[in-house]
Design a protein around this ligand. Sequence first.
Ligand code: ADP
Ligand code: MG
Ligand code: ZN
Length: 594
Amino acid sequence: MEAKDEEKCKQIDIELIEIDLEIAQLQKRKSDLIKHKEQLKYLSYQRQTDLISDKKKWTHKDFPWYNIVQETLKNKFKLETFRPQQLAAINITLSKHDALLIMPTGGGKSLCYQLPAIIDKGFTLVVSPMVSLMEDQIIQLNKFKINAKMISSYSTKEETKLLYQMMIDGKSMLKLVYCTPERIAKSKIFMTKLQKAYNLNLLSRIAIDEVHCCTTWGHDFRPDYTHLTIFKPMFPDIPVLGLTATASSKVITDTQKLLQIQGCALLKATFNRPNLFYEVKWKPDNKECLDEFESLLKNKFKNQSGIIYTTSIKDCENLKKELRERGCKVGAYHAQLEAPLRTKIHNKWLNGEYQAVVATIAFGLGIDKPDVRFVIHHALSKSIENFYQESGRAGRDGKKSTCLLYYKLSDVFKLSTMVFTTQTGLPNLYSIIKYCLNSKDCRRKLIASHFDESWESIDCNKMCDHCSTELTTKRISITEYCKDLYEILNVTSNNDMKLTAQMLLDSWYGKYNKKMKITNIKPPTFSRMRAEMIVGELLVQNYLAEDFHFTPYSTISYIKRGSNHSKLLQDHQIHMYISKEKFIEPNSKKIKFL
Ligand code: ADP
Ligand code: MG
Ligand code: ZN
């Protein structure tokens, strides 16, 4: 190519980059606007339903079923008192209103349909996403001598036939029927029986567990849940009770729309788990990290039970192996193991043979071990939502437990390359990076804002790393560092090279200076750890952005300028907070403070 044309091409390239950046900015604005609109819609729904959700009204004693509800709680379920929102939910659904109950995992959602099921004539249909969850509940209910059955692909022909008979027999005393959403979607015969039961006034209510699976905005969308839209047209006067631990307004409005229960009662229990201590730690290199984990298991958490979450099956197996070699009693749990083996590992953990399970997120739904004293995240979760759920498996018994998250920049890209293709993948991931990088605010407060709740540090009661120590924080400008990084990106892109975050950091420290002819950059005088913190901060503030490229074997995340880059031209300053206490550099007794 002639030099003139080459020059032109370069010009066009620059323009193309600028267009990309503008598109990214517009897209961000679009998604912000959509979010704002949803929030407004949600607020207006909430106003509409305020009357119906009026707490005082729904916990009054003058419901005709008051006595029998209290009696059933004590005599059937052997429980003393209701937890927050349980009584209101029960009264609403017994009054035949539709409702969504939003309550953190472990809060006691099941009771809100199990108890009314016993009181009403006929049976309650429960839609649940997993056979193992249904099995657990049925075993429990049968222990209480409550007639509950399930229908799944494991049911024999005889069992199914018997269940169908019971569903349309007013004298059968059948109280709960559990099924998966696939059954609603795919089994005409089941739907026919349901219709018949309805005509005989034997279908008393429909409970939909993990109802956020209806929407792609939730964290585990299940396409078969969309078939549940059929319930309202088919059974218009049958109350629907949706249950979830996902509280985002988008999920709620979407779910209401799909189930055709707009304007239904919304009941929300607080998400604060006061007995959980939240802490984020900077993850050291592999060996040091293993030393630290070994020490945690053998000292701080000695004789205590816990879970260690990892990102991939490979990490999970490796960590198990390494910890075992160091004499720790741990098992590995992930989706590649056969079901019987998984059950065996689960049981060994339940009976204390294993101190901890090293697990991927496949280990989750249905864990109901009350005395989990620690949940350690070996790497960050996909979102605050996921983190809250996973760490929330600690301390179900209400006793003090620890939720420890290990953060490292390179772990971010293991996850981002997995999630970036979904609509909410990256924003969700960045929300947890922000959580990790934050070096001054109460962790509880940060989690709360994600659930549209506001808790103050006083609600924390010194139960997070930031509230439990007096922090010396400082606001610093990182504008100049950002400019240096842009310069590196410019030079390398002129050389037709793309940089991953690690390569960008290497270049910043001068590794490629000669090769790339990067001349006017001063390498940082601080540790790599701090440099990583700055790069992370620039990513979440949209001054840097990820640029994903497919190869036949994997997806690579390169770094480019982010949509806020033009603000720098207008002399904008970028700031971040750092705290002295968090920055005792590894291997050095001396505290360096920028
Ligand atoms: P969720 O579905 O909200 O995650 P579950 O319904 O599985 O929670 O209940 C979690 C645990 O709380 C169960 O062991 C249950 O027996 C217990 N539980 C529920 N309600 C009460 C209550 N009112 N008092 C004491 N324990 C309760
Ligand atoms: Mg549940
Ligand atoms: Zn706090």
